[in-house]
Design a protein around this ligand. Structure first.
Ligand code: HEC
Length: 227
């Protein structure tokens, strides 16, 4: 597992498995999602992205993860909002689909949460074979990291937005965006630094045609849709 740890201003990721510290170059490690949690962009107001240290990080229960999330969510959102992305402003008021944050291997072993906006929430998690999400649906996934030493860091906001047909036919017309904890935008499909988020689409495509490139929340954490 490789997650960012702040040695000096959070600019160096620590490769925990081999305990080899490497200089971080923006973008160079994107494909593996080894992006440090805190790297204020020049001229931007910065928010703290390292929050506190846990005494027993190896024994986190779902309830513990939820408590951590509640404790940091205001700061998490404040950081994302520096991007001025509309989803960063509103996603916390959308329907949440998981009952506790859970570790997501594909998203850098970070703890994640899923939200879907009003256009998307009825369909998200309830798609029938071959159906696609409505245009305008947005799914937001915020995240935080807990290092082996128990330090809690903000993680990126992962977004998928369903665009009109023809936007990106190879990727089922999804626009992927990754917003860093300091509000800087790492990449946007068909927008700035589009190539940096190509790996999102590549992996999501493996979810297949049957479910519109979506994976959904793992069953154990899923809040069933309201009746
Ligand atoms: C290696 C595979 C992989 C990569 C790379 C990846 N994802 Fe995901 N993504 C998943 C899986 C698996 C899930 C569902 C389970 C989970 O959360 O781990 C998911 C879920 C999501 C969701 C919730 C919608 C859904 O599919 O249920 C969003 C939004 C998302 N990812 C955005 C992104 C963005 C943005 C990137 C790139 C910055 C990205 N993902 C990179 C595998 C991946």
């Amino acid at each position: 597992m490789k997650i960012p740890v702040s040695g000096d201003c959070g600019q160096r990721p620590v490769q925990i498995a081999g305990s080899r510290v490497r200089r971080w170059r923006r973008g160079a490690l994107a494909a593996l999602l080894l992006i440090p949690a805190s790297m204020p962009a020049w001229g931007q107001e910065s928010v703290p992205t390292r929050h506190f240290t846990l005494a027993n990080p190896a024994e986190l229960t779902d309830a513990d993860a939820e408590k951590i999330y509640k404790r940091i969510s205001n700061e998490l959102v404040r950081g994302y909002q520096l991007s001025d992305h509309p989803a960063a402003r509103s996603y916390q008021r959308w329907r949440r689909f998981n009952r506790a944050p859970y570790r997501s291997g594909p998203h850098g072993e970070r703890f994640v949460n899923h939200y879907a906006n009003g256009v998307g929430h009825d369909a998200y998690g309830a798609l029938k074979e071959g159906e696609t999400m409505p245009v305008g649906a947005v799914i937001a996934k915020d995240s935080f990291a807990v290092t082996r030493a128990g330090e809690v860091y903000s993680g990126p906001l992962f977004l998928m937005e369903k665009m009109p047909e023809g936007f990106n036919s190879a990727g089922h017309d999804w626009r992927y965006t990754m917003i860093m904890p300091d509000g800087s935008i790492f990449g946007v499909t068909k927008g700035p630094d589009s190539q940096k988020v190509e790996f999102c689409q590549k992996c999501h495509q493996t979810a297949g045609e049957g479910n519109d490139h979506l994976f959904f929340v793992p069953e154990r954490y899923r809040i069933p849709p309201a009746e």
